[in-house]
Design a protein around this ligand. Structure first.
Ligand SMILES: [Zn+2]
Length: 353
């Protein structure tokens, strides 16, 4: 049943107040057009768009590949650890505003290494912002450097060699960028080496790629989380495996619509994923490009997908359990969410219990 005006206002307030966890957000995907232009000016760089409005007008993507092109153009404004600190801190300040208590962010070192910068620049810049956010806002989290799959296996091997000395500073390695044509199995050996070093694995799979990409991510590279995974529903056997093993799927509704995976939010498969008992949670992916941050995605699925605050709370418990926070921090995050649920008299739809 559609919500009344006062119910929807209350839900909006509760979404803002709810202590939240985000697990799928790319650092440069939070680079707002205004900040992109400010960094370009600071670094004496001319962007291919005359102004912020022209850049925003370019945010219409046919597919993932077209978006990745524009995303990588945006990275050219970064010239130092200080710049990456500024981008990450702008996002973490929004987390503080929106009561996101723990966030794990995707990043890549390859783009900057190819520009001639050291990998350490990325880890210092983003890591510095996290250290300050922890101190100033009590926000925890960390970095998930991703291999850029369309650049091939050799670059991924080199990335892992570059990351190895810093493995204590990262939460996992991932697999991102243009999916179709670059299935996870290609990267089996590099992820095996990462595992030998004690580094966890995650991977984008089944956003545009077919269900076999998800199966390969689970079986060949033994991921602890799947980014997206929405196409699993096309394969009931795979869906059952994901449900039984409680493999987390980090779903990004606005991203899927912006990249044409679904024509409208109303068509998104999130309700079906919940009904199938999957371990799903909601995230923003590239919020500056796709029309909204985590709270906006949550409001969107309430308004357009027939979900309610109780569903969102259930998915927040999933996100906490699926995070790479240590057990003490997970218990603290759960206690904050328990207190919020009790204070507001909410039920919890634990779809994937
Ligand atoms: Zn992503």
């Amino acid at each position: 049943m559609p919500q009344t005006h006062s119910e929807s206002a209350r839900t909006e307030d509760l979404i803002a107040l709810m202590p939240k966890v985000e697990l799928h957000m790319h650092v440069e995907g939070s680079l707002e057009p205004e900040q992109m232009f400010a960094l370009a000016e600071k670094n004496g760089l001319r962007l291919p768009w005359p102004d912020v409005d022209a850049l925003k007008a370019a945010y219409h993507f046919k597919d993932l590949a077209e978006f990745v092109d524009l995303f990588i153009q945006g990275t050219q404004v970064v010239k130092s650890a200080e710049d990456l600190y500024a981008i990450t801190m702008a996002y973490l300040q929004k987390c503080h505003r929106d009561n996101i208590r723990h966030t794990e962010v995707h990043c890549d070192i390859r783009t900057y290494v190819d520009y001639g910068f050291p990998a350490e620049m990325v880890l210092d810049g983003i890591g510095g912002a996290f250290a300050d956010a922890r101190r100033n806002f009590g926000i925890t989290g960390g970095m998930l450097p991703c291999f850029i799959r369309h650049l091939g296996v050799e670059k991924a091997e080199e990335d892992l060699r570059l990351l190895a000395p810093y493995r204590d500073r990262i939460l996992a390695v991932g697999l991102a960028a243009v999916e179709v044509g670059y299935p996870p199995a290609l990267f089996k050996d590099v992820f095996a080496r990462a595992r030998d070093m004690g580094i966890r694995a995650i991977a984008h799979a089944g956003e545009e790629g077919d269900p076999d990409y998800i199966r390969q991510a689970v079986e060949d590279i033994q991921v602890q989380r799947i980014d997206h995974g929405i196409r699993c529903l096309e394969d009931p056997v795979l869906t059952a495996i994901l449900r039984e093993r409680r493999i987390p799927l980090t779903v990004c509704p606005f991203s899927n619509v912006a990249l044409g995976v679904f024509p409208r939010l109303e068509d998104h498969c999130l309700p079906e994923m919940l009904s199938a008992g999957l371990n799903v949670s909601i995230h923003s992916d590239d919020p500056a490009f796709f029309g909204g941050y985590l709270v906006d995605n949550m409001r969107g699925v309430v308004e357009h997908c027939g979900l309610d605050i109780h569903d969102l709370v259930g998915m927040q418990y999933n996100a906490i359990a699926s995070s790479f926070a240590d057990d003490t921090r997970k218990a603290a995050l759960r206690a904050e969410l328990d207190a919020f649920v009790a204070e507001h008299g909410l039920a919890v739809n634990r779809h994937s219990a």
